[in-house]
Design a binder for this molecule. Structure first.
Ligand code: ATP
Ligand code: MG
Length: 392
């Protein structure tokens, strides 16, 4: 029944003169998500509206699912577009529409006409009343409720006429590419994929860095991170995944530093290295999946100690989230099942029995001095031997 969708977008409507930048970014993203869907689509911008029109047969469910991954879309309205060829024809089309959508169910409705085309010969109130009457005549089980109707029937009088009553929720957020690029520290856990998704939802392109420590972490653990990146990329677009071999650095810290400070010092080196890659690749900020109090390395004092080595902004979108709420999002974006696969990550291999929970930054800095001799060289080596995996 539907060959087209009317796309509603929220916040981007209020960006004044830059509005077209946001609209263009949204259209670009819509083309990307629709690229893999069965069907040929035309996307057009008209009078502050974006339409998707399918040429010939297409997979409706896949189309809707794809559009639900394009940040910036607030609502996806399957729309019937008809010629503006007189009220009688319009009324017939509207009655057809109602029959196809709802049969003669016992439902209440309201007609909402918008007269964008000011030369239309009837006022919108007149159209509401006249169409309402035709619907009541055609479907004896239906009745009008202007306050809380089951069906809100939108009739938009434009060059052509748009008829729709269903608004399928979109993902919200801002179109990708309207807010630069940031570097996600991506582990195999539940949190960091969700963190990346959340920041991307605000229009930020994502690249990722993963620290692995072979042979302490397996190829399967790395593959799991690649799989997670693929799932996240369905929403965020292509991700460049930088895989850093962290083994030597980790061993060196293990040998030289107090074991209860191991995790914090390791995390400081992860941040330093990710920050270096970020700067070299044009990323404006770092993203982590940290959340206050979740583990010893995420107490407020530990976060402060980790943050001490960062000069780029660090986005921690999950900072005040409970695990349960993070899991809900992980399930929604389909990363959860992959995240809970049991492969070890490099933090679990080297955890101390009693890690510090209130690290003092001055003491941590002092402990790091034991690394002075070789660490810079090792970091340079880790950067020089990075593996880059293009995730699409
Ligand atoms: P997650 O579920 O995201 O793994 P977590 O609860 O296991 O988080 P930590 O292991 O303390 O917490 O890691 C905190 C954050 O540090 C992660 O959310 C992630 O952003 C980053 N991180 C941890 N381990 C790695 C790694 N091996 N490679 C890249 N980033 C990592
Ligand atoms: Mg982890």
């Amino acid at each position: 029944m539907f060959q087209a969708f009317l796309i509603k977008y929220g916040e981007i409507g209020v960006k004044g003169k830059n509005r077209y930048v946001f609209e263009d970014a949204l259209v670009t993203r819509m083309k990307q998500v629709l690229y893999h869907v069965d069907g040929t689509f035309q996307i057009s911008k008209e009078q502050g509206r974006i339409y998707v029109e399918a040429e010939g047969a297409f997979d409706y469910d896949e189309t809707v699912a794809a559009l639900q991954r394009a940040f910036g879309i607030v609502g996806i309205c399957p729309v019937v577009i008809v010629e503006n060829d007189g009220f009688e024809n319009l009324a017939a089309r509207v009655v057809d529409y109602m029959r196809n959508m709802y049969g003669d169910q016992k439902k209440t409705f309201k007609v909402m006409t918008r007269r964008a085309n000011k030369s239309y010969p009837m006022e919108s109130m007149e159209v509401n009343a006249a169409l309402g009457e035709r619907i009541l005549d055609a479907f004896p089980n239906m009745s009008v409720d202007v306050h809380h109707p089951d069906i809100m029937l939108h009739v938009e009088l434009r060059t052509k006429i748009n008829i729709y009553s269903e608004v399928i929720p979109g993902p919200g957020g801002m179109p990708l590419g309207t807010n630069g690029r940031s570097m996600l520290l991506l582990s195999g856990g539940i949190d960091s994929p969700v963190a990346g998704y959340m920041v991307a939802k605000r229009g930020v392109y994502i690249d990722a860095t993963y620290f692995h420590a072979p042979p302490y972490t397996s190829e399967r653990a790395k593959q799991k991170v690649v799989d997670l990146a693929k799932k996240v990329a369905r929403y965020t677009g292509p991700i460049k995944l930088h895989v850093i071999n962290f083994t030597d650095i980790q061993m060196y810290i293990y040998d030289q530093c107090p074991h209860e400070e191991l995790t914090i010092i390791m995390r400081r080196y992860m941040m330093r290295i990710a920050q270096k890659i970020a700067e070299d690749t044009g990323c404006l900020a770092l993203i982590t999946g940290e959340s206050i109090g979740q583990v010893a390395s995420q107490t407020v004092a530990s976060l402060a100690a980790t943050n001490d080595v960062c000069h780029l902004p660090v986005f921690r979108p999950l900072i005040a989230f409970d695990k349960e709420d993070i899991v809900t999002i992980a399930k929604k974006i389909d990363t959860y099942e992959t995240s809970i696969l049991p492969y070890e990550d490099c933090c679990t291999t080297f955890v101390a029995k009693h890690p510090v929970t209130r690290p003092r930054i001055d003491l941590i800095r002092r402990s790091e001095r034991a690394l002075e001799e070789k660490i810079e060289e090792m970091v340079a080596e880790a950067l020089a031997t990075e593996e880059i995996i293009e995730i699409r």
